[in-house]
Design a protein around this ligand. Sequence first.
Ligand code: UDP
Length: 239
Amino acid sequence: SAPQPVHQRILLKLSGEALMGDDAFGINQATIERMVAEVAEVARIGVQVAVVIGGGNIFRGIAGGSAGMDRATADYMGMLATVMNALALADAMGKQGVTARVMSAIDIQQVVEPYVRPKALQYLEEGKVVIFAAGTGNPFFTTDTAASLRGAEIGAEVVLKATKVDGVYTADPMKDPTATRYTRLSFDEAIGRHLGIMDATAFALCRDQKLPIRVFSIVKPGALMRVVMGEDEGTLVTA
Ligand code: UDP
C-alpha cells in the first residue's frame, strides 16, 4: 500500500516574511501561490492543516514601539497585519481548490469569523484548512506564541515552524561553511545551546505541553510533504 503520512493534524507557522519572497515589503503573489501549493498537497492526502500566519512583512509592533508609538497600539497594528496576510492566504488557497477558513483572535466580524475553538476543530475534521489570524489577540506576544497556543488547543501533533533555512544548525550556515544541521534536539538542549528557535514564551508553552516543534524550510520544494511523510527533514525539537 502507499506510504501513509505520520501526522494527522499539524499546526504550520508561517512568518509574514515568508510571503514577501524577494520583495522588501508586503505580499509577493508568486511566492504565496508556491507556498499554498505545498500546503494544498498535504491537505489533499488528508492531513488536517491549521496555519498561524505572522505579520512581519507588513508591520511589527516592536518597530512601531521603537519609533515612538505606544507599544500596545503598535502590537494591535501588527495583529491586524496578520489578518491581511490571512486573507491573502485564504484567497490563494481557494484559487487552488482548497477550502480555507480564517479565524481571528480579534473580532472583525465583517471581514473574518472570530476564533471559536470547537468550530475550528469542526473545520479541521471537515478537511478545511484553518488559518488563525491576529495572533493570540494580545499585545506583547508573537505569532510564534499563537502557534504554540493554537497548536496545543487543537491537539496538533507538531508545530511546524517554516523558515528560510532547512532546520537548526550548529552555527549560521550562511556564514559558517562547517555548520551542521541538528536532526533532533531536546527542549533542554535547545535552551542550553541558546538556539533561539522561538521566543521564550512560545518555546516554554511547547515544552510544558510536550508539543514537538519541527523547524523546516518552506522555500525548499516538497519539504512540507516530506515532513508529513516522516522523512528526515529539518530539525525536530522534542521532550
Ligand atoms: N502580535 C501581537 N500579539 C500576538 C501576535 C502578534 O501583538 O499574539 C503583533 C506584534 O506586534 C508582532 C506583529 O503582530 O510584531 C506581527 O507578528 P510577528 O512579528 O509574530 O510576525 P512574523 O515575525 O511571524 O512575521
